[in-house]
Design a protein around this ligand. Structure first.
Ligand SMILES: [Zn+2]
Length: 461
């Protein structure tokens, strides 16, 4: 999808072609793309001459003689091409302006989301959709942005994409602006200071100007002459860099979803204010998670282990009472929860679900109260089911430890537990999903020294 710099590039290229062209005929092939009734559109424009185009946000504004204006939005795939007057339409052409000089301008749109609409000089800024748009970064002041942010809830990333608040940042440049401003995309917009808003505006202006200078990053053929591409993709530091090392500090860049949009940031140089740096450690049983946690603990991390929390939960009276009511006395021996009874409870899917829902919510409650306590700067969360749970999004770095089944089996035998029982239970570990979500996958099959060496490479200390 083109963003502001790409649209500005299109406008500049259009200005090398359309001014002084007089419309001889208009052919419409997809009426829904023309928001004005076709007959009125043609009647108003045939005989008029194009003047230089301008741009507001991602709208192209075609100015014509006699105060006529056509606004156009490219949406996903809309493109303008030069052609010859009267030529056969190409596949996906939605509209062709034929000019008196024998040339034409074609609007081609594979996805058909792009639009054109007839307006006039007197009303195009004061009527929808332009009227509801905010100001571009060049026209906005930090205190206005700060005021606008105070009125909304939600993270700053979503706020930057809201074109009524600030006009011109799409998904690519919003990530770039936050990276350059060293602001975490999850930061609630209303908590940003005027100084931070000022940084956002300065970086928005700098990055958008640079992108315009470079001809955009995804330009491909959003322009009347094919064969030209933008260079801005070489200047990007956040967008598309997930899993790569941060250009500034070397930390692994993290991608999360915010407001339904992929969001990439550096967890180290864009820290979330008031929150610790969270390393999520996950992996199948016996893969070496606890060794990783222990090593990180030595290096000053607070370790929150789901297993340890579960262990202590089972000793608490409130939890025991709840489980007694739910599953009966058979779960208990001498007043304590019987581990083998608990394991056999897990073989019934219904009981497993009921037990896990209760215990997991308790575990998260405990973990978050520690994370939010403000006591720690660096936290490790050791959660077997990290992936898909709330701590996946909240982790700044996800370390997946894997090890071969043989190695894991040996380790369980050493711990004096029946590997069959545990490994069967753990077959439900979502390895493929975890690999996709992980910032890094470490091989825990070898020696501890090997594992620690891999951790040292992450530069977490
Ligand atoms: Zn960084």
């Amino acid at each position: 999808m083109p963003e502001l710099p790409e649209v500005e590039t299109v406008v500049r290229i259009l200005n090398g072609f359309v001014p002084k062209k007089t419309i001889k005929d208009i052919r419409i092939f997809h009426e829904k793309s023309v928001l004005t009734p076709a007959s009125a559109f043609k009647a108003a424009l045939i005989g008029e001459t194009f003047l230089p185009c301008t741009r507001i946000g991602k709208f192209i504004i075609f100015h014509l003689t006699n105060e006529k204006v056509v606004i156009s939005h490219l949406r996903m795939e809309g493109k303008y091409f030069e052609g010859e007057a009267g030529q056969k339409p190409e596949k996906h052409d939605t509209l062709i302006y034929d000019f008196t000089d024998g040339t034409s301008l074609r609007f081609n749109d594979v996805r058909k989301f792009g639009i054109v609409e007839l307006k006039s000089e007197s009303d195009y800024k004061t009527t929808l959709p332009i009227s509801k748009l905010g100001k571009e970064p060049w026209d906005l002041e930090a205190k206005d942005l700060n005021e606008a942010f105070k009125r909304i809830s939600g993270p700053v990333k979503n706020a930057l994409l809201d074109q009524t608040i600030i006009l011109g940042l799409g998904n690519i440049y919003a990530d770039e602006v936050l990276f350059a401003s060293k602001i975490n995309p999850k930061t609630p917009a209303k908590t940003l200071s005027i100084e931070e808003c000022s940084r956002i505006l300065e970086e928005s202006r700098r990055i958008l100007s640079e992108a315009i200078k470079q001809g955009g990053s995804t330009i491909r053929s959003y322009h009347p002459k094919e064969g030209m591409s933008g260079n801005m993709q070489n200047e990007l530091h956040a967008y598309g860099h997930e899993g790569m090392k941060c250009d500034r500090c070397g930390m692994i860049m993290r991608k999360i979803t915010l407001g339904g949009r992929g969001t990439t940031y550096c967890p180290k140089c864009q820290p979330l204010k008031g929150k610790p740096f969270i390393v999520g450690v996950t992996g199948p049983i016996g893969s070496g998670k606890s060794s990783v946690s222990a090593y990180l603990k030595d290096k000053g991390f607070k370790v929150l282990s789901a297993d340890d929390i579960v262990h202590s939960l089972y000793k608490e009276d409130e939890v025991k009472d709840h489980l007694r009511k739910k599953f009966g006395e058979k779960l208990f021996k001498d007043g304590e929860i019987n581990k083998s009874e608990l394991l056999s409870l897990l073989t019934s899917p219904k009981s497993k679900k009921a037990l896990e829902e209760y215990i997991h919510s308790k575990v998260y409650e405990r973990m978050y109260s520690e994370i939010d306590s403000g006591k720690y700067k660096k936290v490790v969360v050791d959660v077997p089911l990290l992936i898909g749970g709330p701590l996946e999004k909240d982790s700044d770095l996800i370390v997946l430890i894997t090890a071969s089944k043989e190695v894991r089996e040996q380790r369980l035998i050493k711990r004096n537990v029946d590997p069959k029982k545990y490994l069967d239970l753990n077959d439900s570990f979502p390895l493929r999903k975890a690999k996709k979500a992980a910032s890094i996958t470490l091989d825990g099959s070898g020696s501890l020294k090997d594992l620690y060496k891999q951790l040292d490479h992450l530069d977490l200390f």
